[in-house]
Write a new protein. Structure first.
Length: 56
C-alpha cells in the first residue's frame, strides 16, 4: 500500500522518459511518470507523493 512519504522510482527507456512529449525527462507534462504521479495522488487523496524518473 502506498502511503505518505513513500517514493516511487520509474526505471525505463525513452518511453518512460517521454521522448518528444511535453515535460520530457521529468515527472511533469505528458510523461509516464507524470501520469503515474497523478494516478497515485488521486488514489491516496491529497497526500503528497513524489515520482522520480530514473532512466537506464
Amino acid at each position: 500500500m502506498i502511503k505518505k512519504g513513500d517514493r516511487v522510482v520509474c526505471f525505463g527507456d525513452s518511453i518512460t522518459k517521454g521522448s518528444k512529449v511535453k515535460g520530457s525527462g521529468t515527472s511533469e507534462g505528458e510523461t509516464y511518470p507524470a501520469y503515474l504521479q497523478k494516478s497515485i495522488m488521486d488514489y491516496v487523496a491529497s497526500e503528497k507523493i513524489t515520482v522520480k524518473d530514473k532512466q537506464n
